[in-house]
Design a protein around this ligand. Structure first.
Ligand code: ATP
Length: 354
């Protein structure tokens, strides 16, 4: 079982401070990160993602629980004995050394033979496409180029796991997007397990094989981007990833009655008071008199270029946002104050826990 996992955290607890001032940065976290996957820890500031990364690196010891690498317990192994490397947001390059010297530094520390160091450094330079910059001092490079050097340096000793702590957050938007593609390529080409930390949901959705969503020291949900987006387990996950509507309802089988009295379909049967969630792009606007449609009033329209956000009010005032394609110029379009029909796309209504 463990052989397919690069990293396993078992019931990990990390507390900082003492007495009333104790902070449980990690509160019973268990997760399995598979070999060769691009795994992202996603969550708001302070949720514990950096702490989990530091425990995997060995910079911190847990208060309880275990960390396994390739099935071996490494909980108390010092950082330099772990086949793990970290890329930090700050890059932490040596400014007085050249690009090639920065990349070969770790290999020299490991006492590798000269020929091997030269060959690996060259390979790493090619991997991050910096062959032409090999002799430059890193202080003479752009932010994006420095980030590439940091990645090459961390990958050079061929770690089993590469930990990346918000490595792109210092870059501007365009460069960050380019580096996202670059990182994904590097991970696929090397086959090394990447554990990537970010608070940026879009970054997590576009790059990861799987995502672990964290909040308040707990892992809330683990899954692919699509699983997490379309089947969020709880209110936190639903609202942290993408935009969504929440509706309170009373469920009976595969039907749920909203506070407005409208009845909607569920794809999983349930009973009792529930919170429902439906993504704005799954709300369809139809004619107000269409059979079976919910009737709403258009409260506001916000234009976002290709999309328009239509803020709707159901008969009891419950707010629902629909995201629709913006009407072409000259279309009659949608009007504030008008009545409209709305439908939820099949399977779009999900029940979430609190
Ligand atoms: P960010 O995105 O802001 O880095 P994070 O999700 O990585 O946040 P952590 O840095 O893991 O969060 O911190 C989790 C909690 O543990 C926070 O409440 C933080 O204040 C606390 N914490 C982290 N390190 C320490 C420490 N060395 N001493 C005391 N408290 C700490």
């Amino acid at each position: 079982m463990t052989a397919t996992n690069a990293i396993e955290a078992r019931n990990v607890v990390k507390a900082f401070g003492q007495g009333d001032a104790t902070v449980r940065a990690l509160d019973d976290v268990s997760v399995e990160i598979r070999k060769g996957e691009f795994f992202t820890l996603l969550g708001p500031s302070g949720c514990g993602k950096t702490t989990l990364l530091r425990l995997i690196a060995g910079f911190e010891m847990p208060t309880g629980g275990h960390i396994l690498l390739d099935g071996q317990d490494i909980t108390y192994l010092p950082p330099n004995k772990r086949p793990v490397n970290t890329v930090f947001q700050s890059y932490a390059l040596f400014p007085h050394l050249t690009v090639a010297q920065n990349i070969s530094f770790g290999l020299e520390m490991l006492g590798k033979p000269k020929a091997e160091i030269a060959a690996r450094t060259e390979k790493m330079l090619a991997l991050v496409k910096l062959e032409a910059m090999a002799g430059r001092k890193t202080s003479q490079l752009s932010g994006g180029q420095q980030q590439r050097v940091a990645l090459a340096r961390a990958l050079a000793p061929q770690p089993k796991v590469l930990l990346l702590d918000e490595p792109l957050s210092a870059l501007d938007l365009k460069l960050r997007q380019a580096m996202q593609i670059e990182l994904k390529r590097l991970q696929q080409e090397t086959g090394i397990t990447f554990v990537f930390v970010t608070h940026d949901q879009e970054e997590a959705l576009t790059m990861s094989d799987r995502i672990g969503v964290m909040s308040q020291g707990k892992l809330q949900q683990v899954g692919t981007a699509k699983e997490i987006y379309t089947r969020p387990r709880n209110r936190f996950v639903a609202s942290f990833i993408g935009e969504t509507n929440f509706l309170t309802a009373r469920a009976e089988g595969t039907k749920a009655r909203l506070a407005s009295g409208d009845v909607v379909d569920l794809d999983v049967p349930a009973t009792g008071d529930k919170t429902l969630t439906v993504r704005p792009e799954q709300v369809r606007l139809v004619a107000a008199n269409e059979a079976g449609a919910l009737v709403a009033t258009i409260a506001n329209l916000v234009y976002f270029g290709t999309d328009t956000h239509v803020h709707l009010a159901l008969s009891d005032g419950t707010e629902v946002t629909a995201r629709v394609q913006s009407p072409a110029t000259g279309d009659a379009g949608l009007e504030k104050g008008a009545k409209t029909g709305l439908r939820f796309a099949p399977g779009a209504v999900q029940i979430v826990g609190d």
